[in-house]
Design a protein around this ligand. Structure first.
Ligand code: MGD
Ligand code: MGD
Ligand code: MO
Length: 761
């Protein structure tokens, strides 16, 4: 087992993404989780029609699946869920929460699956087993005693469409839409930005677009670690000659080269596909400047083409017919100054020009992006600037082109689709009123940042979590952990023990649930659930493995049981019947969203999933003007703070041995890190300027200028290829350094990709 401090070393990794490294990494984890042979067999059903949908990322699942349609990360996630290790009531007898707060995230989850419903006993500082009926009765009584507006219902992107629909309905019937979702920390900048720009909150492209594009602009997404199955369509695109232009402060291996672990010839010959044809190490927060520079060049080249009577560079017909705001945007772009663009981007004009040349020639272009765009103070502007660029050449709503946000959790997009949202305009208010005869709340609910403010100031009294590790994932770890015990009620529905569970309110329950890969038998027999992938395709998923414990309940069963006790009897909302047969929940979803979910039950296992549709692909723009909207950016920096001597932009990173706050191990193979997570990635020239040497231990201290002290010690100085002025460290450990108010202005996504910090030797 790889533990912290176990011969930590950092040295460059020479291999490709995928390849033998991924086979070895998986071969290490399966025995460590002591999984049964049945589990290994089960891996073959992962992401297949009639199989189960991976619990790791949300990447698209093709209709013509590969023999093994899973990646190293998906394999780890499956093993993590199906481990034979258990965290039982006897474990909690032996350990107080005070003691467990000294354990690492890795140790907590590594201990295995939760087996019994638990209630916190403040007298002994321990969790104690409780029967389900008492837990539900007590939780319902507590919720009834609280003011509904003071309760938050968080969800972490993994629960099925069925569970999520019931959860959101319960919250609204109870009296609030305080429904923050992990997407509030993630792609909310997409939901806000794309909705405003093209009238849809989600990406417009699908898998077949990867076969039709001739260039890809790739901003701030680490495909090799976080969506490895996407390497297959990327490799195929490269083999057709598609150009892939990457902007990323770090040289991420998955974006450089890939060996397909499922291709025997590639594996035997160590053949690699070069993924990016151009790789630009933009400064964190420099993408606005890059895109501005590209747009500026397109305008100049278009002027020249007009003067010469050559074919236009801009798609003027599209711009005239379909967009609004172009003239203001173009004026601002023309006015931008190259010296400032180069400084903010951290790239020379020649690099930006090389990217723009490819873009100007390509007939169909995908704009793929992740947290590198969304998690900035200007996260929404980043997304909209990418749309600006796509709109200039008509690259939205045609085959092989369009924005392609790469979503995080396996059903995070779907949760928003079925009503987990704090925003009234995204909730199906009229349908809920009509179907269930109640008045849905109209007041906007709390998002993640607002929920955190409420926990800190004491206005939030109750917190219910459908999965996740909220307290560990959010910024401002110190004040948040200090404030959590002020809650009256804390209810956590989870599969494994995590740090959030170690902070109790006055009354606290930890409710263990089935994972998606496990058999879920209800009154009408075995059940299936469903989820929506990054490309808006909806898939059924069937678990077949025996549950980790006979005491587990499914997420729909837990939500249904609380709702039934909490809410007045309503013949239109048959909680018990829904729990008994999830097909009835799917019928309810179809009635609520008839356009997106037509014939839901009949289409559940359609290979490749069924597509819920997207008007922007037909160039129908559901915006107030009925057009796609250009946005004129305010300025060229996405960081939201000024540069200063000694102030660094901290980029918070995931290793390839973690899924968010779940830490599988202490290696980050692609970045050459072994045995530690206490790494500070820094440019050698910055090391010199700061008088630091390799391997030295330093502290990071917050430099937001808000008078609050934030500090994390014990970072190992590690020279790395990262732009000057930027440093990198792993999330979630570094979240203690992120101010709660350092977030995207319009979407409130914590600005985790440029956090102002200083280094203290
Ligand atoms: N194995 C695994 N898979 C996962 C997850 C996981 O933790 N582990 N998490 C899931 C979730 S919830 C999500 S949201 C996704 C996250 O997947 P990603 O969107 O890939 O998120 P990050 O790992 O945070 O990395 C973002 C990338 O952006 C780059 N970057 C940072 N700042 C900037 C910038 O200013 N500009 C540009 N252009 N690039 C920048 C970083 O170097 C990094 O390569 O993955 C999902 N899949
Ligand atoms: N600094 C910094 N902070 C970040 C980010 C970053 O890049 N940098 N990324 C942000 C992003 S993109 C996200 S999405 C959030 C993630 O925030 P969350 O979604 O809240 O966190 P996870 O780590 O995914 O949650 C892990 C826990 O989920 C529970 N779990 C696992 N499977 C199931 C299940 O099937 N059912 C239930 N009920 N529970 C289950 C387990 O108990 C496990 O401990 O973090 C955000 N925070
Ligand atoms: Mo995410």
């Amino acid at each position: 087992m790889r533990q912290r401090g176990d011969r930590p070393e950092v040295k460059p990794f020479k291999g490709p993404a995928g390849g033998w490294g991924s086979v070895r990494s998986l071969a290490e984890i399966l025995p460590r989780e002591r999984v049964t042979p049945q589990v290994v067999a089960e891996l073959a059903r992962q992401n297949k029609p009639d199989g189960f949908m991976c619990v790791s990322c949300a990447w698209s699942k093709p209709a013509d699946a590969l023999p093994f349609e899973f990646c190293e990360e998906g394999g780890k996630a499956t093993a993590w869920e199906l481990t034979t290790q258990r965290t039982t009531p006897a474990f909690f007898q032996a350990h107080t929460l005070t003691e467990l707060r000294g354990w690492s995230d890795y140790q907590l989850e590594e201990h295995g699956r939760l087996t019994h419903p638990l209630r916190y006993d403040p007298a002994t500082d321990r969790y104690v087993a409780i029967d389900w009926a008492s837990a539900f009765d007590e939780i319902a009584a507590e919720l009834k005693a609280l003011e509904p507006k003071s309760v938050v219902f968080y969800a972490s992107g993994r629960a099925s469409l069925e569970a999520s629909y019931m959860y959101a309905l319960m919250a609204r019937m109870y009296g609030n839409q305080n429904l923050p979702d992990s997407s509030n920390m993630c792609h909310e900048s997409t939901s806000v930005g794309l909705k405003a720009a093209i009238g849809q909150p989600v990406g417009t492209t699908r898998l077949h677009d990867f076969e039709l594009c001739d260039a890809i602009l790739f901003f701030g997404q680490n495909v090799g670690s976080n969506a490895p199955r996407m390497l297959h369509p990327l490799r195929d695109a490269r083999k057709r000659g598609c150009e892939i232009i990457t902007f990323n402060p770090l040289r991420e291996r998955g974006l450089e080269r890939f060996t397909d672990p499922q291709n025997p010839v590639e594996m035997a010959t160590l053949a690699e596909t070069r993924i990016s044809t151009q790789y630009h190490q933009v400064k964190a927060g420099g993408d606005l400047a890059v895109m501005n520079g590209m747009a500026k060049l397109l305008l100049e080249w278009d002027d020249a083409a007009q003067a010469e009577g050559a074919p236009r560079v801009l798609d003027v017909e599209f711009i005239d017919a379909h967009t609004s705001g172009f003239d203001d945007f173009a004026a601002a772009v023309r006015a931008a100054d190259w010296a400032e663009i180069e400084r903010e981007a951290g790239l020379p004009r020649a690099d930006i020009e090389a990217a723009a040349r490819v873009y100007a020639k390509a007939q169909a272009v995908l704009g793929i992006y992740g947290m590198g765009l969304t998690q900035h103070v200007k996260g929404v502007e980043n997304v909209r600037m990418l749309i600006n660029l796509l709109l200039m050449r008509g690259n939205v709503g045609k085959p092989g082109a369009g924005p392609t946000p790469v979503r995080g959790h396996s059903n995070v997009q779907g949760q928003r689709t079925v009503g987990i949202t704090e925003k009234t305009e995204l909730a199906p208010v009229d349908k809920l009123r009509e179907l269930y005869h109640f008045e849905p709340p109209s007041e906007k609910g709390l998002d993640t940042v607002e929920a955190c403010r409420g926990v800190i100031d004491g206005s939030v009294r109750g917190f219910v979590a459908l999965g996740g590790n909220f307290l560990r994932a959010v910024p401002e770890t110190g004040p948040m952990e200090a404030a959590w015990p002020k809650l009256r009620l804390s209810v956590q529905i989870a599969t494994k023990l995590n740090r959030n569970h170690l902070f109790a309110g006055e009354v606290t329950y930890l409710l263990p649930c089935l994972g998606r890969i496990e058999k879920d038998v209800q009154a009408s027999g075995p059940q299936a659930v469903s989820m929506e992938d990054s490309t808006s395709c909806i898939h059924g998923s069937k678990g077949r493995i025996d549950p980790a414990s006979p005491h587990l309940l499914s997420e729909p069963a837990i939500v249904g049981a609380i709702a039934k006790r909490l809410l007045p009897e309503n013949p239109n909302v048959p909680w018990e019947a829904w729990v008994g047969n999830y097909a009835l929940v799917r019928d309810a979803i179809e009635r609520t969203y008839p356009d997106k979910f037509k014939d839901f039950n009949a289409k559940l296992f359609q290979p490749g999933g069924f597509w819920k549709g997207n008007k922007a692909t037909e160039r129908i723009w559901e915006t107030p003007t009925g057009k796609a909207e250009f946005l004129t950016p305010e300025n060229l920096s996405a960081t939201g703070f000024a540069d200063a001597d000694g102030r660094f932009r901290l980029v918070t990173l995931r290793s390839n041995d973690q899924f968010n706050t779940t830490i599988y191990g202490y290696h980050d193979r692609f970045r050459g890190v072994r045995g530690t997570r206490d790494v500070l990635f820094i440019n050698p020239s910055d090391m010199k300027k700061q008088g630091l040497r390799e391997g030295q231990k330093v502290a990071l201290v917050g430099d937001a200028g808000d008078g609050v002290e934030r500090r994390k010690d014990g970072y190992i100085v590690t020279p790395y290829s990262i732009p000057e002025g930027c440093i990198g460290a792993y999330y979630p450990e570094c979240n203690v350094l992120i101010p709660l108010e350092h977030h995207a202005k319009e979407s409130h996504v914590p600005a985790a990709k440029s956090v102002p910090v200083r280094i203290e030797a």
